[in-house]
Design a protein around this ligand. Structure first.
Ligand code: ATP
Length: 503
């Protein structure tokens, strides 16, 4: 698993998908740049989402609000007071940890112990070994499992009640069972706000303290009435947006999964109070369908319904994805009640109500939100697509089986040799196709090597121009996943490619 993740990261760099930010200065931690292929993949994911959410719903419109917002927005949203992570320092190693993540790491260690017991038992009992039975009856395994469950629930409760002393003692207890840090010398747990502050204005005394937005949702809430009125929207309706968000994450690891600057694709759906549960369920189903439509495999997704709810929510679930480091949150679906709009009413003194002609009543709408991290979606798609395949002749090939609709380059056009006019024909094909698809030309190396390069790049089609092309205007088209090659007319290329790559 760890190995797979390392391969994902190095493949992303080697094939021009993701680079560490400011790499020549040794990088900036938890900040990444999307390279020539990464930017294309990211744009395609955005388009795939925008089309599904905005274009295909006549009651959803999209906006693009500013990153800077009036500072009171973040007071109203609760971010100034409640957008915190619990931190703990180790005095010996001088390392800083997010307390909840540290506790989860300990639990992962305990889980490892369980796995070791299982492997040992499997060896001992051979064919007679029944894993399920062993896990549910072996006292030592049961003990570990119980410990994990109690620790996680105790942590949840302590964090909810701001009982930070208990979080610390939990860490100290765990250190004894399975040391992570090799030290017992901890500071108290402190809350740390995740918003980045900055200043607007030139002179020191007139400058205004601002934040870089930690989520895109608030830009939608403050524009709710503007959009409703100018778009003459009737409830239920939605407002969508894609944009950057910033969080001063402390535990910045796992590549682009957790960054300090990232992108969100969010949609706030405004509904009549009392109908939010139905819409919440409907959006959960709608969003999982969207994911499955990419064909990445049903087993890679699961819902995680929240017991512990944020201050603004009356129901919440995550769509989790099986990343190379395990199931983790990819998207959140939240029933946010009227918390945000009501709070903005209070703080701004402006009415944010909707007059519902159907029932002749004014009210502050309830909101169901779908919020997905673009970078996490990128990582989900990318890591799942990277495959090492054993071929019949015993060799292996590395292939990036990106869904064709998302692939950065749709086709590579390859002249079989660099002479006899084949390059000219290949370039003519490019001239024709490039208006519809991102295509590239490649003439370097033997054609087999070029195929492998495109496989690793994720290009769904290779089109080879050979001597027969000069006679009958046909080419071979090779499919990345099946490696099947077919002879087709140049005139048919557009429709063949289009059938697989169109959204
Ligand atoms: P986590 O628990 O992983 O920190 P969160 O619950 O704080 O995430 P939300 O506030 O619900 O996340 O944000 C919505 C989505 O934005 C998440 O589902 C995730 O895909 C994405 N996201 C949040 N934080 C980051 C980050 N630091 N880097 C990349 N994507 C992020």
């Amino acid at each position: 698993q760890e190995d797979k993740f390392k391969k994902v990261i190095s493949h992303a760099k080697e094939y021009g998908y993701v680079f560490q930010s400011s790499e020549i200065y040794d990088g900036l931690s938890a900040v990444y740049d999307y390279a020539q292929n990464g930017a294309e993949l990211k744009n395609n994911i955005k388009q795939y989402w925008w089309k599904a959410m905005v274009q295909l719903h006549d009651n959803i419109v999209g906006i693009d609000s500013a990153i800077f917002m009036h500072p009171t927005v973040w007071k109203a949203s609760g971010h100034v007071d409640a957008f915190n992570d619990p931190l703990i320092d180790n005095k010996d190693s001088k390392k800083r940890y997010r307390a909840d993540v540290l506790i989860e790491d300990y639990c992962a260690k305990l889980e490892n112990k369980i796995n070791k017991e299982v492997t040992k038992a499997a060896k001992r009992f051979g064919e007679a070994f029944n894993k399920q039975e062993f896990v549910t009856t072996n006292p030592r395994v049961l003990g570990y499992q119980e410990k994990i469950d109690t620790i996680l629930s105790r942590m949840g409760k302590s964090l909810e009640n701001e009982d930070l002393a208990d979080v610390k003692s939990l860490i100290e207890e765990l250190d004894i069972v399975c040391p992570v840090s090799g030290s017992k010398n901890w500071t108290d747990v402190k809350q740390f706000n995740l918003m980045f502050g900055t200043k607007l204005g030139a002179s020191a005394d007139s400058a205004m303290d601002l934040y870089l937005r930690p989520e895109t949702a608030q830009g939608i809430f403050v524009n709710f009435l503007n959009v409703q009125k100018t778009g003459r929207m009737k409830i239920p309706f939605g407002i969508a947006q894609i944009g950057k968000a910033f969080r001063n994450e402390i535990v910045a690891r796992q590549f682009i999964f957790r960054q300090r600057e990232f992108e969100q694709m969010e949609m706030q759906f405004f509904v009549r109070p009392g109908t939010q549960k139905e819409w919440y369920e409907a959006w959960k189903q709608n969003r999982i369908k969207w994911h499955l439509s990419l064909g990445i495999g049903e087993d890679n997704y699961r819902f995680h319904d929240h017991d512990k709810l944020a201050h603004y929510a009356d129901a919440a679930a995550d769509i989790e994805f099986k990343f190379p480091f395990g199931f983790k949150e990819l998207e959140g679906i939240h029933s946010r009640t009227d918390f945000d709009l009501s709070s903005h009413e209070k703080h701004s003194g402006k009415k944010l109500q909707y007059f519902d002609h159907e029932i002749n009543e004014s009210y502050v709408p309830y909101v169901v939100e779908t919020s997905i991290g673009l970078d996490r979606m990128f990582l989900a798609v990318f890591s799942n697509s990277l495959i090492e395949e054993e071929l019949e002749n015993g060799s292996t090939r590395t292939v990036l089986k990106l869904p064709a609709v998302l692939a950065p380059t749709k086709a590579a056009i390859l002249p079989l040799v660099k002479k006899d006019g084949l390059p000219d024909v290949a370039k003519e094909i490019i001239e024709d196709l490039k208006w519809d698809f991102k295509v590239i030309y490649d003439e370097k190396d033997a054609v087999g090597r070029r195929y492998r390069r495109q496989d690793a790049n994720g290009t769904p089609f290779c089109i080879t121009v050979d001597h027969q092309t000069l006679e009958d205007k046909t080419v071979t088209i090779r499919h990345r996943d099946t490696m099947e090659q077919k002879r087709v007319a140049i005139a048919d290329l557009k429709s063949i490619i289009n059938a697989e790559v169109s959204m």
